[in-house]
Ligand binder design. Structure first.
Ligand code: FEO
Ligand code: CA
Ligand code: CA
Length: 721
């Protein structure tokens, strides 16, 4: 369904959003990060100065007891098989060399198409939507009468990370019974709440204003967090239904108690009046992407947490570096002093910005925040295993000019899914070494001119190293303790000279090759007038020319490929750019040499996933770039090896205003899953800009339980023939 322009309300003031991404999304999701100066003002070595001077999360599920051309690990390390041996596939994931899911690329959809478009031969259904009841006592969604208590028992808002795990820990396939796990990143009050005094403050004349009241804010807090929901289907390849009643269904919200663990747990930097131990914290927020571990837990990244806290002022340097400001867009400080930065709560913001681990198989297990993995604006974390069984996590800090990180566990994975093994494996992310990436290019600086033109050696490429921050339990950063490195990780990474990247989002590991892929979504601040940081070989664009006009910044993003020099624990690597994204008709795009006229236009790569055959799938946030490809966001497949490397093909397109999140590609079942986040973002409850996914038409009388406006939704795509 397309909403005619004359039926749309005026957009809110849009002074800074680039391309299609709306000003509303910018304000709510990332606190207008692109409106503020990039907080990384560190005097890191400029990149130009530098120049002149095995397993993905899904593919490894169930492999803790698989042997096929595998390295065998016994209790004493690599050696003869033993009763408690761990066997890990070496180099290639066994059994998958096919072409993967077959489909014909769809056409990019204009930005006002309010439809989820899939290839011929496929169809789609919702699995679960914002407001669907999942816990006892939850009633059928009634958006006219939403309450905090109901929201806490319903599926939350703005689903982002997604996985569907086998119901039985250790099972290899999802079978017919699964655990759907989703993040709920942020809320949009204008779309969620009716324009009544129940949810909005009134002025002196009794008129409803656009300032949400305490009741609405309480609902917002209940709509954040995560959800676990049981799903069932008649057979693999058939659509799932969620189970409204199940003992495993669970909501995590701002009232859920978390354990803080790792080297910074109990630090003075994490203590508050409410938690003098520095080891317990209520809630998680702005949970963006994530990852599923080989031992069957789910990781979630606390991303733009800064937008929820009034700065306390105790550490102005850290406040500035993390973007914690004098005001918030959420206004929760009016309800709870911990958001206000006042006396006793100076450290509350330090208790957010972590990687969270949730065990969906154990509804009673408290979720954990892992300080060993550092504190920054975590997009997510994806874990693979080294040949000797160490857990290796790759992580992006999603901000312009921020960094890519790696964590290597001290302990090694335990085989199988026994109670003991599961308990042991859930400690792996509690202790280990933390590194940040430094990329060095191999082409002359003069050849990286900001246009995106490929240098004369034929590639954006070079070498790199993982710079140590914490190794062996000791700080490797001069003047900073371990606790300081982990709580103020950005400041530590600045000191060691990490490479400033163009908003590193998801970082995913190929199940076939063990290579690592980093989605750099865009950077509006890397421009020709930026005198601090210019184009670099791993971030080579600062402008593009469209129709004779110059558009400053890296508007379309790119994807970095990292090749470990040896095992995943190696501190050395080589790298190259897989894609320099954008309208292939515009100069300065690059698709690993694949003919540009044959690729789908793609912009702003965000979440990444692999299919079992080793094809990379990219979901986008902000797709469009230039007027020549102002299109809805989507999901794209791109092979990364062989003659098809770089052949980007669009699989689906999400509805008006939405972003594509959390892709899962299950080529064995012929199914694809995505989270459709923030459909109709610029609309309001009274004047929706999307009717996805239920399409109760404007002017029609909704039946009980129907909602005129959009609902963030988990979608399954499956074959019709
Ligand atoms: Fe929440 Fe980095 O996207
Ligand atoms: Ca080069
Ligand atoms: Ca994201």
């Amino acid at each position: 369904m397309t909403i005619a322009p004359e039926n749309r309300p005026l957009l809110m003031v849009n002074t800074h959003a680039r391309g299609k991404r709306s000003a509303v999304t910018c304000r709510l999701k990332c606190n207008d990060a692109c409106l503020h100066p990039a907080p990384n003002e560190s005097a890191n070595e400029y990149f130009k100065d530098v120049v002149s001077s095995v397993l993905s999360r899904r593919a490894v599920l169930g492999t803790l007891a698989v042997a096929a051309g595998a390295v065998v690990i016994g209790a004493q390390g690599v050696g003869a098989p033993s009763a408690d041996a761990v066997t890990l596939p070496e180099g290639r994931f066994p059994g998958h060399a096919g072409r993967g899911l077959a489909f014909g690329a769809i056409d990019p959809q204009p930005v006002d198409v309010d439809a989820l478009v899939v290839p011929e031969g496929y169809t789609w259904d919702p699995i679960i939507r914002w407001g669907d009841p999942i816990l006892p006592g939850a009633r059928t969604f009634d958006p006219d009468n939403q309450t905090p208590e109901q929201q806490a028992k319903q599926f939350g808002y703005n689903c982002d990370y997604l996985d569907i795990l086998p119901f039985d820990a250790g099972a290899y396939t999802r079978g017919t019974r699964g655990l759907l796990v989703s993040n709920h990143e942020y809320t949009n009050a204008a779309v969620m709440f009716p324009p009544t005094a129940k949810y909005w403050e009134t002025d002196a004349a009794g008129n409803v204003t656009t300032k949400k009241n305490a009741y609405a804010r309480a609902i917002e807090r209940a709509a954040h967090g995560m959800a676990v929901v049981e799903v069932r289907r008649p057979a693999p390849g058939k659509p799932w239904s969620y189970q409204r009643i199940s003992p495993v269904n669970r909501r995590i919200d701002m009232d859920t108690e978390f354990v803080i663990d790792g080297p910074a747990a109990g630090s003075d930097l994490l203590k508050t009046t409410a938690d003098p131990t520095g080891t317990r914290v209520l809630g998680t927020m702005n949970n963006c992407a994530g990852g599923t571990t080989p031992w069957g837990t789910v990781l979630s990244g606390e991303e733009n947490f800064n937008g929820y806290f009034v700065r306390a002022g105790a550490n102005p340097t850290a406040d500035a570096r993390y973007g914690i400001a004098a005001t918030t867009s959420y206004g929760w400080e009016a309800d709870d002093p911990r958001f206000g930065g006042g006396a006793g709560y100076e450290n509350e913001a330090n208790r957010f910005g972590w990687i969270v681990e949730l065990d969906p198989h154990d509804p009673s297990a408290p979720p954990v925040k892992h300080t060993a993995m550092g504190r920054f604006k975590h997009e997510g974390a994806n874990v693979t295993l080294s040949r000797r069984g160490h857990a290796v996590a790759y992580m992006g800090d999603d901000q312009a000019f921020d960094y890519v990180y790696k964590f290597v566990s001290s302990r090694r994975v335990a085989p199988g899914y026994s109670q003991w093994a599961r308990a042991h494996n859930k400690t792996l992310l509690s202790e280990g070494d933390l590194y940040v990436a430094k990329f060095t290019g191999d082409s002359p600086a003069a050849e990286i001119d900001g246009s995106g033109a490929v240098p004369s050696d034929g590639a954006f490429d070079g070498s790199g190293e993982w710079l140590p921050l914490v190794v062996g339990g000791a700080s490797k950063v001069a003047g900073m303790s371990v606790e300081e490195v982990l709580v103020y990780t950005r400041l530590a990474a600045d000191k060691v000279g990490a490479t400033k990247m163009d908003r590193p989002e998801d970082v995913e590991i190929s199940p076939v090759t063990g290579r690592i892929y980093v989605a750099c979504t865009n950077n509006s601040g890397r421009t020709p007038t930026n005198t601090v940081e210019g184009p670099t070989e791993p971030n080579p664009r600062n402008r593009k020319v469209v129709g004779g006009a110059t558009v400053n910044g890296n508007r379309d993003g790119h994807v970095v490929e990292i090749i470990p020099s040896g095992d995943q624990t190696s501190t050395r690597f080589t790298w190259n750019l897989l894609l320099v994204a954008g309208d292939p008709a515009v100069e300065g795009t690059y698709f690993s040499g694949y003919p540009r006229e044959r690729v789908s236009p793609i912009s702003c790569p965000d979440n990444l996933a692999f299919d079992a055959e080793g094809n990379l799938w990219i979901s986008t946030d902000g797709q469009p770039s230039s007027s020549s490809i102002a299109k809805c966001d989507g999901l794209f497949k791109v092979p990364v090896v062989g003659p098809e490397r770089g052949h980007v093909q669009q699989f689906l397109s999400v509805p008006a205003g939405a972003e594509t999140c959390g892709p899962i590609i299950d080529s064995r079942d012929g199914m694809v899953y995505v989270n459709v986040q923030h459909p109709g973002e610029d609309g309001t409850y009274a004047a929706p800009q999307s009717f996805f996914p239920d399409y109760v038409a404007d002017g029609a009388t909704p039946e009980a339980g129907d909602f005129r406006g959009p609902r963030p939704t988990v979608v399954q795509v499956y074959r019709t023939r």
